[in-house]
Design a protein. Structure first.
Lengths: 193, 200
């Protein structure tokens, strides 16, 4: 139990997926202009990362390892994730219209979000057990959402600020991300690593 | 567009890093040292050339509805090749790059070029496009890595050769940590914007 808490805290704050591991940067800069869309993207990522961890762990442990096929992990993981995302999209389009309208446009983007494949690979690398992997996936998603929300808040304020012309839009977003990463570095003092 | 421009557009005009802003994750994660940056970009170059050429060869037989999964399978197989080769012949580099080697699969430069270019164009054009884009990526990531290694490490070492010897006892360590990556890329982008604005 304590162990799971450590995994969660570490994935959210200390080794934040975006600001420490540099995973999922494309949506981090692409969808962080408005808080509402940041929330939608964050929700979709939390869901997919949790499910991807829960799906890939048994496949790796019970299918690939006994047959000595660990080197196929990249191909298998990305296919599982792509198929899963496609399936979810079809299911919620049919059964949950409102949810689809809120998350729909973000789902296809998630297949190529490196945070999702990244968490599946990290679970294998860190040799987490099943529950640990699921918690790591969920907490990783929460960390991603946290960073995305903070960033969208900053960028909404930046819209009104007077930024030097050559820094406008993306460059200033990168500088803000650097300051955010500075702030998150303070969490490494938590010592839960 | 002539064959020559297919090759050169990726290097300067449409540089995948600074202009198209693709493939950010590996760029920021492994650009702490020039060695890592070169290793990473060689891997990306190989996968990019392979996937662009292969997809362009079979583009007539891929049904439009399932094209993305097909592209992903091609890319993932090539990445597995890189993964195994690097593990076998450059284990040190492999250990330093870690999970960012298998993550080449989801590098948006590769899927982006395959989808936007190779799935519609003949083989030779696709090959040239891949070489150009791969080289552009290599130049971009190496530029970032040079800044970060010089400022954050206080020296520049390439393949075991010291290019710039240690010039300070207390380098700005933060440049090789996470914030330094964002700071460097932001500043380089701002500089390139500044140049464009000056030109009018």
């Amino acid at each position: 139990m304590e162990n799971l808490l450590l995994i969660a805290l570490s994935a959210i704050f200390v080794n934040n997926f975006v600001l420490f591991r540099f995973l999922g940067l494309c949506p981090f800069f692409g969808v962080s202009k408005k808080t509402s869309s940041a929330l939608g993207m964050g929700g979709a990522v939390i869901f997919v990362m949790t499910c991807a961890s829960a799906l890939t762990w048994p496949i790796y442990t019970y299918l690939l390892v006994p047959r000595g096929l660990q080197f196929m992990r990249t191909v298998v993981f990305i296919l599982v994730i792509a198929a899963f995302v496609q399936l979810i999209e079809m299911v919620i389009r049919k059964h949950a219209r409102e949810l689809y309208e809120a998350l729909g446009i973000y789902l296809p983007l998630i297949t190529t979000n490196c945070a999702v494949l990244g968490v599946a690979l990290l679970n294998v690398e860190e040799q987490y057990h099943f529950l640990g992997s699921v918690v790591n996936g969920f907490a990783g998603g929460v960390g991603f959402t946290l960073a995305l929300l903070l960033m969208s808040g900053i960028r909404e304020r930046l819209e009104l600020a007077e930024v030097p012309r050559s820094f406008r839009d993306l460059p200033i977003a990168f500088i803000s991300a650097a300051l955010l990463a500075f702030a998150f570095m303070a969490f490494s003092g938590l010592g839960v690593w | 567009m002539s064959r020559y421009t297919e090759l050169t557009k990726g290097i300067f005009k449409c540089n995948p890093l600074f202009y198209l802003v693709l493939g950010l994750c590996p760029t920021l994660a492994v650009s702490t040292r020039v060695d890592n940056a070169l290793g990473m970009s060689l891997g990306v170059l190989f996968v990019l050339i392979g996937s662009n050429t292969l997809v362009s060869l079979v583009r007539r037989w891929i049904p439009a509805e399932v094209r993305i999964p097909c592209f992903i399978v091609v890319t993932a197989s090539l990445v597995t090749v890189v993964d195994l080769l690097m593990q076998g012949y450059a284990p040190d580099l492999y250990a330093r790059l870690g999970i960012y080697v298998p993550l080449i699969v989801v590098n948006c430069i590769i899927l982006g070029r395959v989808e936007a270019f190779a799935s519609k164009k003949p083989v030779l054009d696709s090959l040239l496009d891949a070489v150009g884009m791969g080289t552009g990526f290599m130049l971009g990531i190496t530029a970032i890595a040079i800044c970060r290694e010089l400022l954050g490490g206080g020296q520049l070492v390439l393949l075991g050769l010291t290019i710039v010897p240690a010039f300070t006892k207390s380098p700005a360590l933060v440049m090789v940590l996470a914030p330094g990556a964002f700071l460097t890329l932001g500043t380089i982008m701002a500089l390139s914007n500044y140049r464009k604005l000056r030109r009018g």
